[in-house]
Design a binder for this molecule. Structure first.
Ligand code: SF4
Ligand code: SF4
Length: 299
């Protein structure tokens, strides 16, 4: 059952201090996203590359892209101003693991400058198996993987292509490659004691019922939380799905799928789909207060 997830004491502490994972923590702890990762290695049909990764973020908002050096400067200023800051994440605007140099330089800097803060990364999972060792070495203790399907016939309707090892893969071939990498990466993270949250975008008529199989699979793999988010596909967002008339889920459809998947996996219902540069308590965004121009040069 959903309550069978067994945590070690260290894992329970990680959850309790993470505003996104513990409903009790989201009024007491703050989080910050650093938008250091512009590139992506897949094309989701719900993505508009001009905006933030729909892994976590609402289409239609543009985050200020910053360098790893700027990110560390900003993180130190925010940590000094917001003592409740417990988690710093890299979640876009593209895929953090499609920007290995920028992402790992940022994580290394954070680890040495702000040793007490928890680090988290959010990814589509394509480059996860080869990144797990480095993530663990840097002490990243939470990873979110967006897993929309575990069947290539479903996945190929969601991803137009996948770039891997210098080649572009389309259709079922690309979809299967992505699924294999995601599942291998998730298992490796869990073996190494990293907490794994799964994000799934609910796309009516494409992966709605299939999400039950996804939640069953990630329960077996040992993920600890499932965050089912509604597709955002209004035509003005300019996504492929928006152009083809793919509709968004209705509120009751989202509630129904969350309830069904809740039989396998604890559900996260308070995700705010934050921007890639969000700062503050969940539900608030103080990113404008920490514009780079307003920060001291050598924080
Ligand atoms: Fe866009 Fe994120 Fe999908 Fe990449 S993983 S295509 S940035 S939604
Ligand atoms: Fe937490 Fe969701 Fe915001 Fe990420 S997007 S920081 S999981 S509330």
């Amino acid at each position: 059952s959903a309550s069978s997830t067994q945590f070690t004491r260290a894992q329970a502490d990680k959850v309790a201090q993470h505003p996104c994972y513990s409903p009790g923590a989201h009024h007491r702890y703050a989080r910050m996203h650093l938008a250091v990762a512009p590139a992506c290695n897949v094309q989701c049909n719900y993505c508009n590359r001009k905006f933030d990764c729909a892994n976590e973020s609402r289409p239609g908002v543009v985050s200020e892209l910053i360098s790893p050096q700027e990110a560390i400067r900003k993180a130190k200023a925010v940590a000094a101003a917001i003592p409740q800051l417990s988690v710093i994440g890299i979640a876009g605007p593209g895929d953090p693991l499609a920007n290995l140099g920028r992402t790992f330089n940022t994580l290394e800097g954070l680890r040495s400058q702000l040793p007490d803060v928890k680090l988290c990364v959010s990814t589509n999972g394509l480059m996860l198996p080869q990144s797990v060792d480095q993530l663990v070495e840097l002490g990243v203790d939470h990873v979110t993987v967006t897993l929309n399907a575990i069947d290539a016939r479903v996945s190929e309707q969601i991803y137009a292509w996948v770039d891997y090892d210098g080649e572009r893969y389309y259709g079922k071939e690309g979809a299967q490659l992505l699924i294999d990498q995601q599942l291998e990466g998730i298992s490796k993270l869990i073996e190494r004691g990293v907490l794994v949250k799964i994000n799934s975008v609910l796309i009516p008529g494409i992966n709605d019922v299939h999400l039950l199989e996804v939640s069953e699979a990630v329960r077996q793999a040992g993920a600890f939380l499932h965050n089912i988010m509604p597709l955002i596909s209004k035509p003005e967002h300019g996504t492929h799905f928006g152009l083809t008339g793919q509709r968004e889920p209705l509120d009751y459809e989202l509630a129904q799928i969350r309830e069904l998947c809740g039989a396998h996996m604890p559900q996260m219902a308070h995700c705010q789909q934050c921007r890639a540069d969000a700062v503050g308590m969940l539900g608030e965004d103080r990113s404008q207060e920490f514009n780079l121009e307003q920060l001291p040069e050598h924080a």
